[in-house]
Ligand binder design. Structure first.
Ligand SMILES: [Fe+2]
Ligand SMILES: [Fe+2]
Length: 173
C-alpha cells in the first residue's frame, strides 16, 4: 500500500472536488478493498485493481453526471506510467479500459476489468443507488454476502485506516 502514497499525492494535487467527498479518497480506499477482496476469487490482476481504485475518479469535475471522467482518468494514468507506476503493455491496456469505460455501464470484458468495475459498483449505495446484481460483472460480486458487506461499508462512508496510517492523506498539501 505504501507505493500508493506518492501516487495519491499527485492525484490529490489536481483533484477538483472535496478530498473526502462522495467520489474522493474514502471511496477510492473502499474500491481498493472491494477490488482486492474480489480479486482473490476472480484472479484479477491486483496491481491493475489498485491503480484503478486510485485513478478511476481522479478527473471528475462534479459529483453528479460527468460521463467524460472515465476517459480523462485513463488519459491521466497514461501520463503517470513509468513515473509513478510500472505495468506491462498488456496490464496497462486493462487499466486504461477499466478507467475509460467504467462510466459506460458495461458488464463484458476481461476479468480484471470486470473486477475493477464491480469494485466501484459495490460502493454505489453511498450515492443512494443499491447495487443491482444484473449490473455486476463477476459471480464473486453477485454474492449476496459480498453485496451486504460492501453496502454496509459504503453506507457508513467507512474510511479505512490506511488512508491515514499509510497514505497520510490528511497531511498532503
Ligand atoms: Fe466514476
Ligand atoms: Fe468510482
Amino acid at each position: 500500500m505504501h507505493q500508493s502514497r506518492a501516487l495519491i499525492k499527485v492525484v490529490l494535487k489536481d483533484y477538483a472536488l472535496p478530498r473526502f467527498g462522495i467520489h474522493g479518497i474514502s471511496h477510492w480506499a473502499r474500491v481498493l478493498e472491494n477490488g482486492l477482496r474480489l480479486a482473490r476469487l476472480t484472479g484479477a490482476n491486483k496491481e491493475v485493481v489498485r491503480l484503478f481504485a486510485l485513478l478511476h475518479d481522479s478527473k471528475r469535475i462534479n459529483e453528479t453526471l460527468d460521463p467524460g471522467h472515465g476517459l480523462r482518468g485513463a488519459d491521466f494514468a497514461k501520463t503517470l506510467r513509468g513515473r509513478l507506476f510500472d505495468l506491462t503493455d498488456q496490464e496497462f491496456d486493462l487499466l486504461f479500459e477499466a478507467c475509460a469505460a467504467h462510466t459506460d455501464g458495461k458488464t463484458e470484458g476481461d476479468v480484471t476489468v470486470q473486477t475493477c468495475w464491480d469494485a466501484d459498483r459495490l460502493d454505489l449505495i453511498r450515492a443512494g443507488i443499491t447495487p443491482d446484481p444484473r449490473f455486476l460483472c463477476t459471480t464473486a460480486a453477485k454474492d449476496p454476502e459480498i453485496i451486504l458487506w460492501a453496502n454496509a461499508r459504503s453506507e457508513s462512508r467507512l474510511a479505512p485506516d490506511f488512508i491515514h496510517s499509510e497514505w497520510f492523506a490528511d497531511n498532503i498539501e
